[in-house]
Design a protein around this ligand. Structure first.
Ligand code: FAD
Length: 280
């Protein structure tokens, strides 16, 4: 069975580029990835509304491919009036799915805004717009980096789902068991909605290490050691990354994952290779 036939198939995430070169590149990436029939594309949103306009213009450009495109929306640093305006704009643009997040305030920005956590944002979206949007939220199989404890994080996650989310997409991880354990735990707490693994292709060790430190994703020692050994041999890193991530995806699907969401970083090639390995 091809990955597109799983209940939630595949989806691809982009960030809004801020240069013309970046925008041109994203059009090529979008077209290359659209050929693999994703269920949707999504476009990230900067905390405090910092990318509000660019997120929307990127959504408009990306969906010219004919693929449904969901903006992300984060609440930290924003007032309700502004979030209301953004939701109205999304609806006027014919958008009917989004990814709702708390977000992280960049250093230097102050004020958490009117809504402190993603469960409050989900509640707000439901209060304002009823069932208009399909809402996805974030999930953290290895625990959110600021969580008071694994158990408290699970409780907060359940609260967020119960506020009206339709599905969850996880932070990326390299250990399939952390995903299976998370799903088992939240099912026991009554969450029935699909939980889609977020997948980060491996293309560059130093960037990956930096990202992973910031978002609390663990790079297993055997992967770290191997990537360190390749140093700046980018071909070997790409080949190793493709193999590791393809096996991870296959294991997740074989173990019951309903689909896969790829953090593409606006690059087509590494994601395409993995998708084609698991489809073939
Ligand atoms: P929450 O669910 O609000 O959780 C944040 C922390 O607070 C956790 O430690 C949780 O345990 C705790 N918590 C939750 N609810 C409560 C409560 N009611 N009371 C007390 N504590 C609570 N960031 C962006 O800025 N833009 C994006 O576009 C973006 N896209 C993302 C997409 C995905 C799929 C994922 C997984 C993450 C994304 N992020 C994005 C990153 C995300 O914003 C950060 O991980 C952020 O730190 C947490 O967001 P959240 O919505 O998961 O937060």
């Amino acid at each position: 069975m091809s990955v597109q036939e799983y209940p939630l198939g595949i989806s691809f995430e982009f960030f809004p580029p801020n240069t013309q070169v970046g925008r041109d590149k994203l059009v090529m990436t979008r077209d290359a990835l659209a050929s693999r029939q994703p269920r949707f594309f999504s476009v990230t949103y900067g905390a405090g509304g910092s990318t509000q306009k660019r997120t929307l213009s990127t959504v408009r450009s990306v969906r010219e491919s004919g693929i449904t495109t969901a903006p992300h929306l984060s609440c930290v640093g924003s007032e309700k009036a502004m979030l209301r305006e953004v939701l109205t704009q999304f609806r006027e643009d014919g958008i009917d799915s989004l990814v709702a997040l708390r977000g992280d305030l960049p250093s230097g920005m102050s004020g958490i805004g009117d809504l402190g956590y993603a469960n409050e944002l989900v509640e707000f979206i439901r209060d304002e717009t009823g069932d208009h949007f399909e809402i996805a939220v974030g999930a953290y199989p290895e625990s959110h980096p600021q969580a008071e404890s694994f158990e408290r994080d699970l409780q907060h996650f359940v609260r967020k789902m119960n506020a009206g989310a339709n599905l969850a997409i996880t932070q990326y991880f390299f250990n399939a068991d952390s995903y299976f354990h998370f799903v088992e735990r939240v099912r026991a707490l009554g969450v029935e909605a699909p939980i889609v693994p977020g997948i980060m292709p491996i293309t560059n060790y130093s960037k990956l290490a930096r990202f992973s430190d910031a978002c609390g994703a663990e790079i297993p020692r055997w992967i770290r050691k191997q990537l360190e050994a390749y140093s700046d041999d980018s071909e070997s890193i790409a080949a190793f990354g493709e193999e590791v991530i393809s096996l991870l995806c296959q294991r997740l699907l074989d173990g019951g994952a309903p689909g896969l969401h790829f953090y593409t970083l606006n690059q087509a090639e590494p994601t395409l290779k993995v998708v084609d390995n698991i489809t073939g």
